[in-house]
Design a protein around this ligand. Sequence first.
Ligand code: P6P
Length: 338
Amino acid sequence: MSTSRRVSLTQYLVEQQREHGRIPPELRLLIEVVARACKRIAIAVNKGALGDILGSAGTDNIQGEAQKKLDVISNEVLIEANEWGGHLAAMASEEMDSIHVVPNRYPQGEYLLLFDPLDGSSNIDVNVSIGTIFSVLRKVGHTRGVSEEDFLQPGKHQAAAGYCVYGPQTTLVMTLGNGVAMFTLDRETGSWVLTSTEVRIPEDTKEFAINMSNQRHWAAPVTRYIGECLQGKEGPRGKDFNMRWVASMVADVHRILTRGGVFLYPWDQREPDKPGKLRLMYEANPMAFIVEQAGGLATNGLERILDITPTKLHQRVAVVLGSANEVKRATGYHLEAP
Ligand code: P6P
């Protein structure tokens, strides 16, 4: 539902607190700090060739992927913005090998923040939408100190999740467990304005998103599902499908939240020891929380992503998410497979 009355992010969070009482002050502070950090990242992203922010940073992250300058800048912005507020115990990032514990010079809070600071880095230099993804967990137990084990919670325990897409508009999307809301950055005032509430993903769709260049490497259930979509009206689906693939999960998920669709990044034979390419903790879990809160589904082909208990901070997972009836069909094909 789009909204006409201008409601700021702060007002939205206060009203959520008043109505649902599920947003302790520290969580409200956390969300506002992350939203402010996304504004700073948006400014850096928008500089493009005018700022010294394009191209490679000359370093690799723990994934063994070459880091772009903006990957490093975005990570630093999120770390610096969040470590002094007293709302966090620690942070974890796609760009850092281990967790970043809040320094002793600052008070520690009860939340854990995980993020992919700039998702879709391969699109930075070609001016295609990219984004920041974040996930919030509560630190369980009240022992002093925090370790990586504190982060290893299933996605269904998230307190909040969101992303910011740096595209034609700069849009912040989040869930606190009571539905999904979208905020658009008003660049004239520098404020986040509520532009959609009660976001819902249609149960059916005619649009799928997958990297078709990997087709020869797919497992049989994916080959069957996509093959039936490609057969169109003449095939068992009885309707034609369209395809989109931005190679920025944030952009593909945002399209699905806006008009429906199904997104797949499945296991494939290129790296058979890896369950998939995408990371569970700071890509799949936050997106799965958002998608489910909007009435969609998210599985790894066999089980609900939010039920997966992680064993490693940077573990990967296969992803099938979006319109519920399509996710059910694709997951059903996996479950039927011998
Ligand atoms: P491929 C971006 O690097 C990312 O992690 C996701 O945002 C995106 O959906 C996927 O990888 C794209 O992967 O193999 O198509 O380049």
